[in-house]
Design a protein. Structure first.
Ligand code: GRF
Length: 218
């Protein structure tokens, strides 16, 4: 007989503002959406550190402009993936981070990292998972010829975009679409969906039953 395990992920409910970290490799428009959510009061949290594996990531510039600690950590100078992640985890722990938000962070996290922030790492992916995981989700969807794609916010496990789905929203694919036009429309939805998912987590509204993430919107 199977044992159903259900539990509330957010043990910090009641804490006024949750300490968030964002990991990003590139442009950082989702980072900006989260920062904007914090500023507008839509997110009861604060971005305390932004970490990138790319020195010139625009995301780092955005963070600095907002007065947020912005760190470039070069994977090339560490002995391997785990050594690199130990450094990231140390920085996150130093900042007492409670939720790690991946926003275009182009590295697969190892079980070491996942364990260090178990149930406290989110990612956003530009397709309706489990369709088109991994790199170039938008390009893959166009090449396959789907009529509907979208985006997914999910918890991160050790697999490639395989963690429990938190929120998803569909975006129509038109015959006239190029990768750029579809990407743009998906991005717009991402910028709405990701702050909402973060706030649901902060408010303790996400409830895991097996791999189903139930959302209590009330
Ligand atoms: C987004 O499309 C997200 O779905 C994917 O990487 C992209 C990051 O975009 N994981 P940005 O850097 O937030 O603008």
């Amino acid at each position: 007989m199977g044992l159903e395990v259900s539990y509330f992920l957010n043990v910090s409910e009641g804490v006024e503002t949750m300490r968030l970290a964002v990991l990003a490799s590139g442009y950082g428009s989702n980072l900006q959406a989260i920062i904007n959510g914090v500023k507008s009061g839509a997110i009861d949290g604060q971005v305390v550190v932004v970490i990138s594996d790319q020195e010139n990531a625009f995301a780092l510039k955005r963070a600095r402009e907002e007065g947020i600690e912005a760190l470039f950590l070069d994977p090339g100078v560490f002995a391997g993936r785990e050594a690199y992640e130990r450094e990231i985890v140390a920085k996150l722990q130093k900042q007492q981070v409670e939720l790690v938000v991946l926003a275009g962070f182009m590295r697969l996290l190892s079980p070491y990292f996942i364990k260090a922030f178990s149930g406290r790492i989110m990612n956003i992916h530009p397709s309706l998972l489990p369709a088109f995981p991994g790199l170039d989700g938008v390009k893959q969807a166009l090449a396959y010829g789907v009529k509907v794609s979208g985006c997914t916010v999910h918890f991160v496990d050790a697999g490639l975009d395989t963690g429990a789905v938190i929120l998803q929203e569909a975006v129509n694919v038109y015959d006239s679409d190029t990768e750029e036009t579809l990407q743009q429309r998906i991005h717009k939805v991402e910028h709405r969906l990701y702050p909402r998912a973060v706030q649901l987590f902060i408010k303790g509204k996400l409830h895991l039953e097996g791999r189903r993430c139930l959302v209590n919107e009330s």
